[in-house]
Design a protein around this ligand. Structure first.
Ligand SMILES: [Zn+2]
Length: 339
């Protein structure tokens, strides 16, 4: 089954750029930025060792801080983006929608941040032509609304110049911070102007906000951990899929164990759903691994894994032609196994 899942041409719809760098890539990035003989590199390696032994939540947060450090320059950001595409390509992901919050620091503005990421995706596609990459700029709900307005304005501008790459806006960040209603005007504007919306929703128990988000609407629901059966029925009636990230939810503590993951309830309700990694590097997983966990925990069969992949194809923001081509790749893979 592992081999089958590894070779399946998979589709990843919920992946944050900065969280998707695995240990090997992080080491490679640090080596490239600092040189293997430098003092900085030795110190970084000492910190890496801790992650191998210890993957508690603190270690995960430290990994995030680490990635932000390494991507705080143009070179770091560009190379990290290329490495993330490589990570997914190596796991035989044929399509990935990457999300990232444009950041500003002394090396780049938010506009330059997005430009660097776009350029790096272009470069990576030359090296890994078998993977199709799309980009969803993220609004961090913990930041002021003014920053969200800048992000949407940049997303709209870049969507004009790169209509095949920038397709939507993500709302993410610490779900305990910020107020959803504050972002409604700018999210509405983004939607009116043609951007799709993916919202991290029901990550924590907050019934009032969950209702507000569901009323507002979205193209896909990130996590959906605390959705009620009625909420799930509502999403089902609107054909809005829930992006399930098993390892991420368990490691970050919003779900106590794999067995208790809401993927089970979504399967029982026959609600639209997709399996995703969220932050494969930080949580030390891959899309193959997530399917394998779903199989081991909930007894997913090969056919169900294929159906989930085809479901992800349909819920992706790719064009009709791109979706057809993705489905064909899955079909050809299945046909090749019959021979
Ligand atoms: Zn996420």
């Amino acid at each position: 089954m592992l081999q089958f899942l590894k070779e399946l041409p998979k589709v990843e719809l919920h992946a944050h750029l900065n969280g998707s760098l695995g240990m090997d890539s992080l080491c490679e990035l640090a080596e490239r930025l600092y040189g293997s003989a430098s003092e900085e590199f030795s110190q970084l390696c000492a910190r890496f060792t801790r992650f191998d032994k210890d993957s508690d939540l603190d270690a995960c947060f430290e990994k995030f801080a680490f990635v932000h450090e390494l991507t705080s320059t143009e070179e770091g950001l560009r190379y990290a983006t290329e490495l993330v595409v490589r990570e997914f390509a190596r796991d035989n992901v044929q399509y990935v929608e990457l999300r990232t919050t444009p950041k500003a620091n002394k090396s780049y503005t938010r506009r330059e941040y997005l430009q660097h990421v776009i350029d790096a995706i272009g470069e990576a596609r030359k090296t890994y032509p078998d993977i199709l990459v799309k980009l969803l700029p993220s609004i961090n709900r913990a930041e002021p609304v003014a920053v969200a307005e800048e992000t949407v304005s940049l997303a709209l501008e870049f969507a004009q110049s790169h209509p095949d790459l920038i397709l939507g806006i993500d709302l993410s960040g610490n779900p305990g911070k910020g107020t959803f209603s504050d972002f409604v005007p700018i999210l509405s504007l983004a939607r009116e102007k043609g951007l799709k919306l993916v919202l991290h929703c029901a990550e924590i128990e907050n019934p009032a906000e969950i209702k507000e988000m569901l009323n507002f609407g979205m193209s896909r629901c990130g996590h959906g951990t605390f959705l009620t059966p009625e909420d799930i029925e509502l999403l089902k009636s609107r054909n809005i899929p829930i992006e399930c990230c098993l390892t991420s939810n368990v490691k970050s503590g919003t779900v106590h164990s794999l067995e208790e993951h809401h993927l089970k309830r979504l399967m029982e309700a026959d609600a639209p759903k997709v399996i995703c990694t969220d932050d494969s590097g930080v949580f030390d997983t891959t899309l193959t691994q997530e399917f394998l966990l779903a199989k081991q925990t909930f007894g997913l069969t090969r056919d169900q894994c294929v159906s989930l992949t085809l479901e992800a194809v349909q819920h992706s923001f790719a064009t009709v032609e791109e979706r057809q081509s993705m489905a064909t790749k899955v079909k050809n893979y299945m046909d090749s196994l019959q021979k």
